[in-house]
Design a protein around this ligand. Sequence first.
Ligand SMILES: [Zn+2]
Length: 400
Amino acid sequence: MTMAPTSPPPILLLPEELLIEIAAAKPQKSHAAQPPEWVLSHVCRRFRRVVTAARTLWTQVVVDLCSDSSTELFRLYLERSAACQMEVTLRAMNNDLEAPKGLQYLSPHVGRIARLTIAVNSHEVLDTVLASFRNVAMPSLQHLEISSKYDIDLVDNDLSPLQLRIIFSFKIACCTLSFPPPQWMVGLTHLDLRGYPYPAPENSGIFRRITKELPSLVYLYVDLSTVTFISGGGIVSQSLTHLDLELHESDEESEALSNELSSFNTPHLTHLGLHGTHGDQLSLLFNSTQPAQARFPAVSSLTFTHLDRPVVCTCEVEGSYRDHYKPIAAPLKLFPVVSSLTLVDECFTPRIVSDLLGHGSQPWPLLDVLALRPKPSEAEKLYTALQDVVRWKRSQQESL
Ligand SMILES: [Zn+2]
């Protein structure tokens, strides 16, 4: 009896280019335990030869500086990526860590790092990690990110010995930024400040300083803790197109937000996100007639998020000190070209929707996207409000 020759499974016959494409098609920021290039390089001898020779597959690496196996893998990635530019994430989240591991492999490769993320939990560990980058040129670096679960005072001395040329994108969390900004920050186009340490008097007016002293900023996400931190005179930026402000203090005067925004002069802004807002603040903002001319002539995307999710917010309680909701009469005064509106967990969502779009509302021909996530307790009311919107739009021969 003769055996029919067995042909290998089709997957093993994949052309090399396709194999490389498959390995490269991982989602960005994937934290899978075993990335595809690693898995595929262990399937068979041919896969291993093809995948290990494809240098660009080894250019993104997340390293756990507390783990020997992870740092050994890091060494392999540095080797296999050869001279390609790299995206490196260095994590050391173990609070008891005395000395991060694996940093000795870094020095010959620092010059080709294009994106660097450092996530640590103590200033000491951050110091040790940053020491690997001191006095070494970093001509490829475009994006620097530093984050921590705890507040870390990032002082001038921490970053100034780094040989940073101008970088374009900087993200920090739980670290204080010092002003005036160092030279390498002046050309920043993207700045992301998350979890900014809690209100300190020296942080007051920081938003105005950022917009004034970083004249190339296009994208800004800043956690200001409180609305009053915006203040300090007019906010002028000719470059900003994308702005998100996170505001955590909820016990402020209802008028504070619209008062602060009335000092804005941001003619090229196309996205404005306000996170930590209340429905009553929104109503006052939409009704704001303070600036004679709209301060946001180009904003097409508008997002409001209520950061806590209480069933009933203080601003919804009748007679409460925040009970300042005013029916919205002319929403497009401040934002004449908004085409996308998003409300997330916002108090008064059904009422806002009725005021903006329901019976008797003004036409809003540019509105294209309306994204709503109400508090669960208000889902029913929102449904009723939306039915009213549909009826009203039909009666006006408009569509939603
Ligand atoms: Zn509220």
